[in-house]
Design a protein around this ligand. Structure first.
Ligand code: PLP
Length: 412
């Protein structure tokens, strides 16, 4: 494998792809079908679901960035997760984290309910998880590190050792860090998945996913399934995602610099209970983060003092943070996982995963960080979470807050 550095691959891969006109930026190929060169003589491409030049450049770039052999670009991140489950038969066991992304959790548990796989749910932050892997004899072990939204870490090398010892493959969802900050394949993982909707595209204007495999053989098997199931990504989305990748490294640096400052500010606030950011020395897995990551990323979670009403007043008073799901775009987003990203999880499982009613998650953007901190400070002083007097404040009379976490269909 070439030893070209990731930042260079991100900027240059595919730049020389156009052989006809020498276009510097690889063109978008929108055609759904391709002419045969002659009777029974296909060219490189025949039909857009099975192959497309714009999608292939993106797949190749992402495979190189993750140090894998094959990339398969899918229509969404969930299509990528779903694709990985195709290697499992009803008698096979899948081990998953108790706190993985809610959409992945919903997919895995619903496949189990239909008898399409066996499921074992573990807490990868405990030492018992390695024995649980050995006992389950799984075909696939799924990890997500750092996890969403509490930013717990999984020791990738230890999980790989325990899993490979019983013949299991390991799949890692690397969405929260992107290949700019973590390469699970270098640590022994067999399959890496991304929701490219997040940092990889980085501009909140494409929903997409990718699966990258350590071996060509596994990649071919999954590419066959992607075509078979019709999960492959669209050419225009591929074009935009590749454009996003060109600035991935520099964006991530700014996300991280801002996130650390925001996390440090939150740690000093009287209105905050706990701050979750692997870059803080107070994070219980800070050392593990330094060992297996090249940085700490742009996601910060924290719980405020008080109640769900305090959360609502706080979240609806900010000006520089948009109350929205998703993450990884250049703009700062803030969300209330209990009523948004994790609303479809049953309450017991949600609380077990640490998602309580005052937990708040920020996807820290690349704005001037002083504006972000000023906004948080202003709203803390205005809403005073945890101090009941603030409930009387006239400025919040209009805010309608449900007493309980509302039951909503899970859309994530
Ligand atoms: N994995 C993680 C960690 C996510 O956060 C998400 C979406 O939020 C997904 C997978 C699913 O990706 P998509 O929304 O692109 O289908």
């Amino acid at each position: 494998m070439s030893d070209t550095k990731n930042a260079t691959i991100a900027v240059r891969n595919g730049i020389e792809a156009d052989k006809h006109h020498g276009a510097v930026v690889p063109p978008i190929h929108l055609s759904t079908t391709y002419s045969f060169a002659d009777f029974d003589t296909k060219r490189d491409y025949d039909y857009g679901r099975s192959g497309n030049p714009s999608r292939d450049i993106l797949a190749d770039t992402l495979a190189k960035l993750e140090h894998g052999r094959k990339g398969i670009v899918t229509a969404t991140g969930m299509a990528a997760v779903n694709l990985c489950t195709q290697i499992l038969s009803p008698e096979d066991t899948l081990v998953i984290p108790h706190d993985c992304y809610g959409g992945s959790y919903r997919l895995f548990t619903s496949l189990q309910k239909r008898g399409l796989l066996k499921l074992v749910v573990v807490d990868f932050t405990t030492e018992e998880c390695y024995e649980q892997i050995a006992a389950a004899k799984p075909k696939l072990v799924w990890i997500e590190t750092p996890s969403n939204p509490i930013l717990r870490l999984t020791d990738i090398e230890k999980v790989v050792t325990a899993s490979h010892a019983v013949g299991a493959l390991v799949g890692a969802d690397n969405t929260f860090l992107s290949p700019a900050l973590q390469n699970p394949i270098d640590l022994g993982v067999d399959i890496v998945v991304h929701s490219t909707t997040k940092y990889i595209n980085g501009h909140s204007d494409v929903v997409g996913g990718v699966v990258i495999t350590r071996t060509e053989k596994l990649g071919e098997e999954l590419a066959w399934w992607a075509n078979n199931l019709g999960l492959t990504g669209a050419p225009f989305d591929s074009y935009l995602t590749l454009r996003g990748i060109r600035t991935l490294n520099i964006r991530i640096k700014q996300h991280e610099e801002n996130a650390l400052k925001v996390a440090q500010y939150l740690e000093t606030s009287d209105y905050v209970d706990t701050v979750y950011y692997p870059g803080l020395e107070s994070h219980p897995q800070h050392e593990l983060a330094k060992k297996q990551q090249r940085g700490f990323g742009g996601m910060v979670s924290f719980s405020i003092k008080g109640t769900i009403e305090d959360s609502a007043r706080f979240l609806t008073s900010l000006k520089q943070f948009t109350l929205a799901e998703s993450l990884g775009g250049v703009e700062s987003l803030i969300c209330h996982p209990a009523t948004m990203t994790h609303a479809g999880m049953d309450k017991a499982a949600r609380l077990e995963a640490g998602v309580n009613d005052t937990l708040i998650r920020i996807s820290v953007g690349i704005e001037d960080v002083n504006d972000l901190i000023d906004d948080l400070d202003r709203v803390f002083n205005l809403t005073k979470p945890g101090q009941s007097a603030s409930v009387q404040s006239a400025s919040f009379d209009k805010v309608q807050v449900n007493q309980a976490v509302p039951a909503r269909p899970a859309i994530w």
